[in-house]
Write a protein that binds this ligand. Structure first.
Ligand SMILES: [Zn+2]
Ligand SMILES: [Zn+2]
Length: 434
């Protein structure tokens, strides 16, 4: 069996047990064996975690691993290796691969690959419709049996209301999470950045916030006809935050997530025509950014996600209008969320760990998100003070598309353990332990 580990003297933050205290954690046989003050326990390995945060393993519910079909951008191997270095013990991957993850054998393929490479846990998200075409429902029941934890046509929203309603009914039968990329194409058209004065000045076609809000508004009405657990992917607009806030207040089962780029950047960044600022939904206005921060602060937004979307250098070298949407993020999101949320005191560390671990585990109904004795030892140790500079050359992802190259940040994962096994380890921790 695997060896026992004692993580000594860290600030243990576990929102699932409302713990925020200096404690020792003992791991044995892949499980949390004990949690307490000054444990006099012998272990095969002792880790000095003073000044560190010890948290249940981080879980990213929105990642694109690109395999099968786009292995030149990312593979399950490279994407999950990057995720462990970012502090993640689990990621949920989107189905917009080639072939689409719209049947049980594709779901099984992803799970097999993930087990073979052995970095993070991988939870496949199945497509709602065949080929993500928005017309015919995919094999939802078979995919549930094969291990799909949630369903989405991410990359696109489902335009047809009756297809969407049927998909919601189906997903709710299996009590899985329904994830919508809210975008009404009749409004967003061939837009490539936020609609507004900046887009007009740059001469670029815009994507109005309305394209997101209209589909969300419709979906909330549809979801009320079902028992579905409805989750809004990458909320970007102030109006959407308000819609989710009101639906929650009315008792509707709705949850939402936000990315670091929508919290840290605005449409003005597109002024350089650098395609690394091109994402879907687009970077919005200052007022939208403030509404997103308020949504995280008051709990309207449940989860913090990367929407890790690798693209090859070649594709991102196209001019702004022709370049693909999306940026990478699993290795940088923790530090960027610290910059966006902890440094300006928008939320506290326990709230941050809740949004990056406990809440995601609850939504996906998966292991992790807790340090309860007896649970799987998925643990992330974070050095909240480590200063570093994001350098694309050093990232483990196969792709380089990030606008955060050269940013000075503070805080990073130094240790990532899945079921009590080291999946990532910063050299400095190794030195301290030695
Ligand atoms: Zn999306
Ligand atoms: Zn996405």
């Amino acid at each position: 069996m695997n060896k026992s580990i004692l993580i000594r003297g860290g600030r243990v933050i576990d929102p699932s047990q409302e713990i925020d205290d200096v404690l020792d954690v003992v791991i044995a046989d892949g499980k949390i064996a004990a949690l307490g003050r000054k444990i006099t326990h012998t272990a095969d390995e002792v880790i000095d975690a003073r000044e560190m945060i010890v948290a249940p393993g981080l879980i990213d519910v929105h990642v694109h691993l690109r395999e099968p079909g786009f292995e030149e951008k990312e593979t399950i191997e490279s994407g999950t290796a990057a995720a462990t270095a970012g502090g993640f013990t689990a990621v949920a991957c989107m189905p917009n691969t080639d072939p689409t993850l719209d049947n049980d054998s594709e779901i099984e393929f992803v799970l097999r690959q993930a087990a073979r490479v052995g970095h993070t846990r991988v939870y496949p998200i199945g497509a709602l419709t065949k080929g993500r075409q928005g017309r015919e429902l995919a094999e939802i029941g078979l995919m549930v049996r094969a291990g799909a934890v949630a369903f989405s046509d991410d990359g696109d929203g489902i335009a047809d209301a009756s297809v969407c309603l049927r998909a919601m009914r189906y997903v709710s039968m299996f009590d899985r999470l329904f994830v919508q990329h809210c975008d009404d194409k009749s409004l967003s058209g061939d837009g490539c950045m936020n609609a507004g004065l900046t887009a007009t000045r740059l001469g670029l076609p815009g994507i109005p916030a309305l394209a997101e809000e209209v589909m969300l508004q419709r979906d909330l009405a549809l979801a009320r006809q079902t028992e579905v657990r409805y989750h809004v992917a990458h909320v970007s607009a102030a109006g959407s935050v308000e819609l989710v806030r009101r639906a929650k207040a009315a008792g509707q089962r709705v949850t939402a997530e936000v990315t670091p780029h929508h919290l840290l950047l605005t449409e003005e960044a597109c002024g350089t025509y650098d395609p690394n600022y091109k994402m879907h939904p687009p970077l919005r206005s200052r007022a939208d950014q403030e509404a997103l921060l308020e949504g995280v602060r008051d709990g309207t937004i449940d989860c913090l996600v990367s929407d890790h979307a690798p693209h090859s250098q070649q594709e991102k070298e196209h001019e702004f209008q022709l370049a693909p949407f999306g940026i990478i993020g699993v290795e940088t999101s923790l530090a960027l969320f610290i910059k966006a949320l902890i440094e300006p005191k928008v939320i506290t560390w326990p709230a941050m760990i809740a949004a990056m671990s406990s809440r995601p585990a609850e939504l996906l109904r998966v292991a992790g998100g807790t340090l309860k004795v007896g649970s799987a030892a998925d643990v992330t140790v974070i050095d909240p003070r480590a200063e570093w500079t994001i350098s694309v050359e050093k990232l483990r992802s196969k792709s380089r598309n990030t606008p955060f190259d050269g940013w000075n940040v503070r805080g990073r994962a130094v240790l990532t353990l899945v079921e009590g096994e080291f999946r990532y380890r910063d050299e400095r921790v190794a030195a301290r332990a030695g």
